[in-house]
Write a protein that binds this ligand. Structure first.
Ligand code: FAD
Ligand code: NAI
Length: 475
């Protein structure tokens, strides 16, 4: 007789492992299945985020930023640092150990919350007697069953037709995080979030980086005033970004990769690089699930079809995170995981899609929540805008990092905050206050009246709020 659970979660990325823990907290008997293997073949829960996404990329961004500071900014503080060298093997080993700590942390959390962990691939077998049978193909093969199933199988990198990732010359996010030596020339296709973050890492370490972007607009989903400011900063740092290109044939040989493309002027050009990262978006992981055996509905891109509550077309089968619609972000996956566990328990789990923050961890950082000025214009919404530059913020001057601004958008009549957009130092942390404000449907005047510590970068947020009413104090 197979082991029976109240809830079986397939996938232990941020969507899955958080759903499993929340369901266990709510008193359910929970199993979580994940197939990710570490270098020794053991379990490595945490999904894309922990193994080849959020965590390792931030580790490398941190290491490369220290290197950049030592080379280019220490001197401003009177520090002489000569002969600064980067030991790439050590940097990668540190990143790997950060990943391992996170993998182990999740296994510990499973134990603490009495979640049964199964290492292997989970796939649907049948719906039987009010439950779903799920096969786990790991070192051994076994079948378990769950009254409820939460699918959280995540996503994988998309590539261009006819250009498979070899993770040696042609890299996905996985290979991009473990290049063994700084390439002299690095090419990236796609100037989205991965393109900019990984391009920044390897540029700081000394690579000549060229990013080829298909769209004519830089960071089209970002408020364009903020995107323009970021673009200026990246170009100044030496990142080459070509917009409006059409990528043609990609040839990979032992000595490197050659990318034929048509530039924005319509000219045929070739880019020769040592390594090429393709970062043109991601696709849902549903191929190994045997979704058809139980009739689980997928859309034309292979993502699982869900309603606003993450319910699929099958009773008691739910899906969360990158494998469903919506932004592919770890915190969005986590919020959905919690909400689904609570809905299974008959509670009213809720995810507010209007207040999901975005962060791009480049330097300057880019972070935003809510609507952009372009979206408000397109919707015909009357709004007021206030901006405040970090140049006029005392803490930013003391840090020696005055690039960028905070921009706040508020409803013209009610003053409710509709969006906040930040490019500059610690934007990733500053955005949290704005998310809270929007969750509580604060007005810009609420932020303007709140006492912010001095000197702090958060004063720029307060000043942007004052700017909405045209009464900045320090600019
Ligand atoms: P995943 O994290 O992809 O986890 C899915 C898990 O399910 C994996 O372990 C997979 O092996 C497993 N699985 C799949 N199929 C099966 C099966 N049939 N049986 C068993 N197991 C299976 N987001 C942010 O919010 N902030 C960031 O800074 C950030 N940085 C990123 C950097 C990079 C380079 C990348 C690629 C992504 C980044 N993301 C970031 C996005 C983030 O990683 C994803 O949004 C997040 O991991 C989605 O979580 P998930 O649980 O839906 O899926
Ligand atoms: P992306 O969607 O952010 O960017 C892809 C870029 O590639 C776009 O600008 C697109 O116009 C361009 N593109 C698409 N096809 C192209 C083609 N044929 N030729 C040239 N350009 C092309 O996707 P990316 O960077 O792969 O990241 C995937 C997802 O992972 C992100 O959308 C995000 O959800 C998540 N992520 C989040 C991070 C964060 O939160 N800091 C960091 C990294 C990834």
């Amino acid at each position: 007789m197979s082991q029976q659970f109240d809830v079986v979660v397939i996938g232990a990325g941020p969507g899955g492992y958080i759903a499993a823990i929340r369901a266990a907290q709510l008193g359910f008997n929970v199993a979580c299945i994940d197939e990710w293997k570490n270098a020794a073949g053991g379990p490595a829960p945490g999904g894309t985020c922990t193994n080849v996404g959020c965590i390792p990329s931030k580790a490398l961004l941190q290491s490369s930023e220290h290197f950049d500071h030592a080379n280019h900014h220490f001197a401003d503080h009177g520090i002489t640092a000569t002969g600064v060298k980067m030991d790439i093997a050590k940097m990668l080993a540190r990143k790997d150990s950060v990943v391992k700590q996170n993998n182990e942390g999740i296994l510990f959390l499973f134990k603490k919350n009495k979640v049964s962990f199964f290492h292997g691939r989970g796939s649907f077998v049948a719906a039987k007697d009010g439950a779903y049978e799920i096969k786990v193909a790991g070192k051994v093969e076994e079948t378990i069953s769950g009254k409820h199933v939460v699918v959280a199988t995540g996503s994988s990198a998309r590539t261009l037709p006819g250009t498979p990732f070899d993770e040696d010359n042609i890299l996905s996010n996985d290979g991009a995080l473990r290049i063994g030596a700084v390439p002299k020339k690095l090419g990236l296709i796609g100037s989205g979030v991965i393109g900019l973050e990984m391009g920044s890492v390897w540029r700081r370490l000394g690579a000549e980086v060229t990013v080829l972007e298909g769209l004519p607009t830089f960071l089209g989903a970002v408020d364009q005033q903020i995107a323009k400011e970021a673009h200026k900063a990246f170009i100044k740092q030496g990142l080459k970004i070509e917009l409006g290109v059409k990528v043609g044939e990609i040839k990979s040989a032992k000595k490197g990769v050659s990318v034929a493309y048509t530039n924005a002027k319509g000219e045929a050009v070739s880019l020769d690089v040592d390594k090429l990262i393709i970062s043109i978006g991601r696709v849902a992981n549903t191929t190994g699930l045997a979704a058809d055996t139980v009739g689980l509905a997928l859309d034309e891109r292979g993502a699982i079809v869900v309603d606003a509550d993450c319910k699929t077309n099958l009773p008691n089968v739910w899906a969360v995170g990158d494998v469903v619609r919506g932004p592919m972000l770890a915190h969005k996956a986590e919020e959905e995981g919690v909400a689904v566990a609570e809905r299974i328990a008959g509670q009213h789990g809720h995810v507010n899609f209007n207040t999901i923050p975005w962060v791009i961890y480049t330097n300057p950082e880019i972070a935003w929540v809510g609507q952009t000025e372009e979206q408000l214009k397109a919707a015909g919404r009357a709004y007021k805008a206030g901006t405040f530059p970090f140049m006029a913020n005392g803490r930013a001057r003391a840090l020696g990092d005055t690039t960028g601004m905070v921009k706040m958008l508020a409803d013209a009549a009610t003053d409710e905050i509709l969006g906040v957009h930040i490019v500059g130092p610690m934007a990733s942390e500053l955005i949290a206050e704005c998310v809270v404000a929007m969750e509580f449907r604060a007005s810009s005047e609420d932020i303007a009246r709140i006492c912010h510590a001095h000197p702090s970068l958060s004063e720029a947020t307060k000043e942007a709020a004052l700017a909405v009413d045209k009464r900045t104090l320090n600019f």
